[in-house]
Write a protein that binds this ligand. Structure first.
Ligand SMILES: C[S@@+](CC[C@H](N)C(=O)[O-])C[C@H]1O[C@@H](n2cnc3c(N)ncnc32)[C@H](O)[C@@H]1O
Length: 243
């Protein structure tokens, strides 16, 4: 069994949606102190380089170990499991050396982040490993600010739906919630626009890409997006009532 006092600590650090000024003071401190920065590396080059780019301008990475973890973006369970097992073993290896590791994640580490899958796998290997999540500003909060669109007021409810799976789940959320945040919209954009038309909600939706970045885009006429590759960093907020 590992020696708890000598084992490093694993941090899941939310680096925010893109604007480095939206990184928290705590994220900055943890990233500055940690000798190892772990970053997911998948087939989605945009997503990977982005998290590292966000932090590079704010902390000196010279002298730190940058641990790129191969984590394929796929729905193939066996491939996913193999990638996560390997990544967890690499993280555990660093922790066993007594090194603290900061695993960087876009937005918040507790929202659709690989971090939450890796924690139990690391704990399988190091049951006493200390783990801490450092909350980050989420993409949809940044998008709501960019669009000046309150996500909820009074008794309104909010749902978050990933659009990489069944769009019928999105339809259900649209029927039952006052505000619906649609993430991972890039590959499903045309289907989402059709769905919003069917539910008479097209005029209640706003599309935001690269929220908080200098090249952020806000689109309120979603029909103009038909057939377009929206890019990975894009989402849609649907709010009943007027926008
Ligand atoms: C795997 S989820 C990660 C969510 C992230 N952990 C968070 O807290 O926002 C990735 C999705 O978040 C959304 N996203 C992330 N950053 C964004 C940004 N700057 N602007 C718009 N959407 C963004 C996109 O929908 C993207 O497909």
């Amino acid at each position: 069994m590992s020696n708890v006092s000598k084992t490093g600590k694993l941090y899941g650090v939310g680096v925010g949606p893109g604007d480095p000024e939206l990184m928290t003071l705590k994220a900055l401190r943890v990233l500055k102190d940690a000798p190892v920065i772990a970053a997911p590396k998948s087939s989605n080059i945009d997503a990977d380089s982005n998290a590292l780019e966000i932090i590079k301008g704010s902390i000196g990475v010279e002298g730190k170990v940058i641990l790129e973890l191969g984590l394929p973006m796929t729905k193939d369970r066996a491939v996913l499991k193999a990638g996560r097992d390997k990544a967890a073993a690499e993280l555990a290896g660093m922790l066993e050396k007594g090194l603290d590791v900061a695993f960087i994640t876009l937005g918040d580490p507790m929202l659709y982040s690989t971090f939450s899958y890796l924690v139990p796998l690391v704990r399988e290997r190091l049951p006493h490993a200390r783990v801490e999540a450092v909350a980050g500003v989420t993409s949809f909060c940044a998008a709501a600010s960019a669009a000046m669109l309150p996500l909820a007021e009074g008794s309104e409810s909010v749902a978050i739906e990933p659009c990489a799976y069944k769009l019928e789940d999105v339809r259900r959320a649209l029927k039952t919630s006052d505000t619906v945040i649609l993430l991972k919209v890039n590959k499903a954009l045309d289907g989402i626009i059709k769905l919003l038309e069917e539910e008479s909600l097209l005029n209640n939706a706003v599309f935001v890409s690269r929220a908080s970045c200098s090249d952020a885009e806000i689109v309120t006429d979603l029909k103009t997006l038909k057939g377009r590759d929206a890019g990975y960093f894009s989402l849609i907020i649907v709010k009943k009532g007027s926008i």
